[in-house]
Design a protein around this ligand. Structure first.
Ligand SMILES: O=c1ccn([C@@H]2O[C@H](COP(=O)(O)O)[C@@H](O)[C@H]2O)c(=O)[nH]1
Length: 242
């Protein structure tokens, strides 16, 4: 899957999740990483503590940034938020697909004026920390995979570029949505690694084999004694299996 915006120069599928509470800690990790070997993700903790200035700094260092703020609000607010994200120069931004078609279409429309520098717009389906048995407690009674497929269908018909899902759903999603629709998969764990709070985990090689386009990996890299070595080991495993 080649991303369809003007930032498509990194061939590695790995997106390193920078889940830190200060700009200094995040930049400490960024400075150990190579922008030719991975992209990076700024999520809610880091953005809330360090703000848009840090995102600009990371972009200036040559990294493609996935701004993972999972917007979910009324259409006008989400449209304005994704526009603000695009102005930061990020490569990818996301919204919750459960926000509905009108909200997602408003986000798509808001990005039109950015032309080739438009970030990829991705819809979150069901979080990878959600176990199948947890869905009914939030009012979703159909099976988890059906919910993921339905939300992906809504995201695609609303004009989004892809979805966040578990790689466990990747094969069914590729069949339904086709190759041009990006599958961004957190919940990635090398064999033997701790699952932590994730519930639908997949190894890096298995995720790619099942059709994931991007692998979001946090703690298995950032908590490693040598994060760059951990990244290189994952890439080597992927190279061998591709
Ligand atoms: O469904 C989702 C959506 C987002 N995430 C985010 O990805 C990383 C995963 O980090 P790990 O340390 O590899 O578990 C984290 O930033 C989450 O907020 C997700 O895990 N699942």
């Amino acid at each position: 899957m080649q991303s369809r915006n003007s930032f498509s120069h990194v061939s590695s599928p790995v997106i390193v999740a920078l889940d830190y509470d200060t700009a200094a800690a995040a930049l400490g990790m960024v400075d150990q990483l190579d922008p030719a070997l991975c992209r990076v993700k700024v999520g809610k903790e880091l953005f809330t503590s360090a703000g848009p200035g840090l995102v600009r700094d990371i972009v200036k260092r040559g990294f493609q940034v996935f701004l993972d703020l999972k917007f979910h609000d009324i259409p006008n607010t989400v449209a304005a938020a994704v526009r603000a994200a695009a102005e930061l120069g990020v490569w990818m931004v996301n919204v919750h697909a459960s926000g509905g078609a009108r909200m997602m279409s408003a986000a798509v429309d808001a990005l039109q004026s950015f032309g080739d520098s438009k970030p990829l717009l991705i819809g979150v389906t069901v979080l990878t920390s959600t176990a199948p048995e947890e869905l009914s407690a939030v009012g979703v009674t159909r099976p988890l995979e059906e919910q993921v497929l339905a939300l992906a269908d809504l995201a695609k018909s609303s004009g989004l570029d892809g979805v966040v899902c578990s790689a466990r759903e990747a094969q069914a999603l590729k069949r339904q949505c086709g190759d041009g629709f990006a599958l961004v998969t957190p919940g990635i764990r090398p064999a033997g690694a701790a699952a932590d709070d994730q519930r639908r985990i997949v190894t890096p090689a298995q995720a790619l084999a099942w059709g994931a386009d991007y692998l979001v990996i946090g703690r298995p890299i950032t908590a490693a004694a040598d994060p760059m070595m951990a990244l290189r080991n994952i890439l080597a495993e992927l190279g061998e299996k591709k």
